[in-house]
Design a protein around this ligand. Structure first.
Ligand code: ZN
Length: 298
């Protein structure tokens, strides 16, 4: 496990899976493999699988302990969910030990106070629910679930289903059941979740995506949702994933987040980077470089 202590918070990665992901030319339209030679760090086996030519992809949640609260940011893909459409086959009927990994951190489902979903894609909401007696119920029975109001509207009455039809089943089994259970609190960009912990707009990957930021006298972190999928994008911030809804907004958000991390020294907590899964953004020439996070507590 990877744990970081930042100010009054600790942040722990809870793994769902660490595996070979997409080939970069699929994930990043316009990808130029020369970037891997220019920045050999990107070819290290924790980020890139040389034999297959695929990036290393992690799916995890970030467990934040702050002010006596246990908070889970993003809930991965979930078990037993039908994802038969070709684009989502990787997530079909999974049986992965995510809750066991959470338990290894001393956290039972009933211990989670808050679940924050940065956006409502398949690999960020799956453990919101689990199956019981043929229906989907909240996995975390004592938690309030925090969704962006605009992101929820995007998928229930906006353009989301038209832009990404495969994700409709995800909304039906992993989002609507918690809303119908009455355990969702809707938030707007700028809202304060706990002292120091806020959500902010991070549009582009979805037009209404949120990032989660913690700032304190003792340090800062930003959980960047899918502003960045891979370290490659720190070296070429123009590269969008093929899943980004609004390319220009996604690029602008990425640059803003990279500038914020470089200027503030905040720890970057992405959702899909290979080990050590988090790090710092430093300026280099006209651009940026990635400095993987070092010391961990456990
Ligand atoms: Zn994702």
């Amino acid at each position: 496990m990877t744990t970081f202590a930042i100010g009054g918070a600790t942040v722990t990665r809870v793994e769902e899976v660490l595996e070979q992901g997409f080939i970069p030319s699929f994930l990043f339209p316009g990808f130029d493999p020369a970037i891997l030679d220019e920045h050999p760090q990107l070819k290290q086996p924790n980020f890139f699988h040389a034999e297959s030519g695929k990036v290393i992809s992690s799916i995890h949640g970030w467990l934040v302990r702050l002010a006596g609260k246990t908070i889970l940011i993003d809930t991965c893909s979930g078990n037993g969910k039908a994802r038969a459409l070709p684009l989502l086959k990787r997530f079909h009927m999974l049986d992965l030990p995510f809750l066991d990994n959470l338990a290894a951190e001393g956290v039972r489902p009933e211990d989670v106070d808050l679940v924050i979903c940065t956006h409502l894609h398949v690999d960020h909401v799956g453990w919101n629910t689990r199956a019981e007696d043929g229906r989907w119920i909240p996995t975390f029975p004592n938690a309030r679930y925090i969704f962006g109001r605009a992101e929820f509207d995007h998928w229930t009455r906006g353009d989301g289903p038209r832009l990404f039809p495969e994700n409709v089943a995800v909304i039906e089994d992993s989002v609507l059941p918690v809303a119908e259970a009455g355990v969702v609190d809707f938030v707007e960009p700028g809202d304060i979740i706990l002292p120091g912990l806020t959500v902010e707009a991070a549009p582009g990957h979805t037009s209404t995506q949120l990032a989660v930021k913690y700032e304190s006298a003792g340090g800062a972190f930003i959980c960047t949702a899918d502003v960045l999928h891979q370290p490659i994008q720190i070296y070429d911030p123009e590269l969008n994933s093929c899943f980004c809804e609004e390319p220009a907004a996604a690029r602008a958000t990425r640059r803003r987040v990279l500038d914020y991390c470089a200027d503030s020294g905040a720890l970057l907590l992405p959702m899909h980077f290979g080990p050590p899964h988090a790090g710092y953004v430093r300026r280099e020439g006209m651009g940026y470089r990635f400095e993987p996070a070092g010391a961990t507590l456990s």
